[in-house]
Design a protein around this ligand. Structure first.
Ligand SMILES: C[S@@+](CC[C@H](N)C(=O)[O-])C[C@H]1O[C@@H](n2cnc3c(N)ncnc32)[C@H](O)[C@@H]1O
Length: 376
């Protein structure tokens, strides 16, 4: 082997590990405090664990422990009773009634009557919250413990147990850390000035992007933020937040399964955001009624078509090795979501034809979500 070959081999072998960026961020409920390289060479992509601090739990340690312990016990009960996620989404008031009839634990969470004897919690608002699942609005209280009611949701007053469950479950923790990591990544990447164009697909409540765009605008690096989503209410929420944050947003209602509409954007964006949409897409395309649901890798390919060279796609996926995975499946019964192991996530990215050198995984240390950036 020549000296040059040796150097190239060493570079290739080390390359995935060298991009551990020192992300930092601090907000009311969470801090991001740098990272360390994940020691799993088998992944073949740059991967680092992002250290986080959960201020919501630090401020309310007893409430946090109570929720964790109670949910742990309840998941044991549901596992023993063989309760799994229904293959048919059980949504709205009928869905709650169906779930409540299945088991006393689900009755405690979603039933309309008084809490069954021996209940761990006495919920009120939580039932109305579930009626928002799987829309973006359901993420709002998890992301905003200090402001748990969706802007404009009149008359909704969470009680102490509602607040504790919406704030302290692993899903809430993971949604906040995912958002903080995305926000910090964008601020880090786009802090060098000049207007930038961002496209968010399946924007939902848009909170992480809005937070980053507001900070960047304040420091002289404004972003043109465009949002496409099929849900009119998600778009109107994005507009409310845009007015609140003073960040202009262009909204467009669109069926995101129509990949041609995304590809037609033609390398126009510095950033395409798939966080929150990607994990709803299957490994292989699927047909449901008249709709063709694209695979996650097809969506990634389309997003890359809309990203200019030098730009990036950011995406997220719930992890299968996360704590309390069965909270999502057995208690919330959140439909469509496809949790993936890190290896499965890398395989889906591979399937989009992306070279591994272009991929970096950012893994909040609570292990609930993986965030990936893909260089275009
Ligand atoms: C869970 S939310 C994502 C939230 C947000 N990106 C975040 O991470 O906070 C998923 C969003 O994708 C949108 N969505 C899902 N499938 C869609 C489709 N086929 N066409 C358009 N929008 C879709 C939903 O309306 C929803 O707002």
């Amino acid at each position: 082997m020549t000296l040059l070959e040796t150097e190239l081999t060493a570079t290739t072998a080390r390359a995935p590990q060298r991009r551990c960026s020192g992300l930092t961020d601090e907000s009311e409920h969470i801090a991001v405090r740098g990272c360390h390289v994940l020691g799993r060479d088998s992944l073949g992509v740059a991967a680092h664990v992002v250290r986080t601090a959960n201020y919501a739990a630090e401020r309310d340690p007893c409430g946090y422990q109570r929720v964790m312990d109670a949910v742990d016990r309840q998941l044991g009960v549901l596992a023993e009773a063989g309760i799994e996620r229904s293959p048919r989404p059980r949504l709205g008031a009928d869905g709650r009634a169906h779930l409540a009839a299945l088991n006393p634990v689900l009755d405690e969470w979603w039933g309309d009557g008084p809490a069954p004897e021996g209940s761990e919690f006495q919920f009120g608002y939580l039932r109305r919250w579930r009626d928002q699942v799987p829309s973006a609005a359901a993420l709002w209280p998890l992301q905003h413990p200090g402001d748990p009611v969706l802007p404009g949701a009149r008359g909704a007053i969470p009680n102490a147990d509602d607040w504790a469950a919406l704030t302290h479950t692993w899903d809430a923790i993971g949604i906040r850390s995912r958002g903080a990591v995305v926000s910090a990544l964008l601020r880090d990447r786009f802090a060098d000035g000049g207007p930038r164009a961002w496209l968010s697909l399946g924007s939902g409540a848009l909170s992480p992007l809005m937070d980053a765009a507001r900070e960047l605008a304040r420091s002289g690096s404004p972003c043109m933020l465009e949002v496409r989503d099929g849900d009119e209410r998600a778009l109107s929420l994005a507009e409310t937040l845009s007015a609140r944050a003073d960040v202009p947003v262009f909204t467009q209602q669109q069926d995101l399964y129509d990949l041609h509409a995304i590809e037609r954007a033609g390398e126009g964006y510095d950033l395409v955001d798939l966080v929150g949409l990607f994990e709803y897409l299957p490994d292989e395309p699927m047909f449901t009624g008249s709709a063709r649901v694209p695979s996650a890798s097809e969506m990634l390919r389309a997003a890359l078509c809309a990203t200019r060279p030098g730009g990036a796609v950011v995406l997220g996926n719930m992890r299968t090795d996360r704590p309390h995975l069965d909270f999502v499946t057995r208690i919330i019964q959140w439909p469509y979501i496809v949790p993936r192991s890190l290896e499965e996530l890398v395989a889906v990215i591979d399937q989009a034809g992306v070279a591994r050198e272009r991929v970096t995984l950012h893994l909040p240390d609570d292990q609930v979500y993986a965030v990936a950036t893909i260089e275009a």
